[in-house]
Design a protein around this ligand. Sequence first.
Ligand code: KIV
Ligand code: ZN
Length: 398
Amino acid sequence: MNSNHLSFFDTTLRDGEQSPGCSMTTQEKLTMAHALEDLGVDIIEAGFAMASEGDFAAIATITQAIRKPRIASLARAKSEDIEMAARALKFADRARIHVFLASSDLHLEYKLKIERAEALDLCGESVRLARSLCDDVEFSPEDATRSDREFLVEMVRIAVEAGATTINMPDTVGYTTPEEYGAMFREVRQRIPAIDEKGVILSSHCHDDLGLAVANSLAAVEAGARQVECTINGIGERAGNAALEEIAAALYVRADRYGITNNIKLDQLYPTSEVLGNLITFRPSPNKAVVGTNAFAHESGIHQHGVLANPLCYEIMTPQLVGVTKTHLVLGKHSGRAALRHRLEQLGFTVSREELQHVYYRFVALADRKKSIYDQDLVGLLPDHIRERRCEPVSELD
Ligand code: KIV
Ligand code: ZN
């Protein structure tokens, strides 16, 4: 029996931080960890203890300050890595050691230079060692989606027998497709009955090289995964990891399809994205789903008119749902009279139908020449008699 609850495993501080422009100091990681705790993530992967002194320090610091989420450290399938992870996690109320080992022939042959049999031994030994140090152990067969299926099943079976409590099957290079990824979860679960018998959680971990990371994660959830690994703003190696905010929003908006519970506080999505944007060197692109600056902006007249009449016409979720304070009506050459009137009223100018018509012609002429129309441009378009009638702005500007 599969539970109806999905855990969010956030790896912004490990897989995310590993990418260019995203490195953070221990203090910055702590700030981010507090934001992730407020957001309601279940597990924070705070770093890779063996990778550097900085990572070790960040993990140890986070375990002492963060209480609600479980804290994880990554470790290769090597005893020194696993022991180091356990040391960094010493003060955690609830810790997890996350062991990974490649399962694809490509990685075994060219990266690790070991045979399959040796990899299976290493898998069993390292999961057993990790379990002797921590009651919660995740095992990831790296490059699972490009691995020979028989070998992958064998490796997962050994990890489960050795005591792994979570099996994460990463699409390390963003190669798979939703149907294929979902099928892999169904097959592994069906061929290894011990997964369900022992209550082992299956987890997705997707990279976005083909822009499919979120779709693949959702396919895994439909196929029985009960943990998703993701990052804020989708930061991560190369094209990034699955974006947490997109998965959480999709599960909410399409609850009719997924019908699964989780602990994410949706109104913290945008504030958390902002915290990260202030810590690293870049922000999400403007058209990024859920948290981009244009995610709730409407420029065309038809859309603006619709949104003013009823936001549901062009918005599948309210900006407030994800913590954005307002829908943004951008004035440009595609805007219509309804949006112009709305903005003028916000600025404190009430206009008659005829006056609006007059101002609108001037506005369109200006918008043809200028990419962005600012409030001062609008005021500049108004004849004196309208400007003199100005009252206090009626509402907060968007
Ligand atoms: O992408 C990947 O395979 C990883 C593993 C270490 C889980 O990040
Ligand atoms: Zn990864």
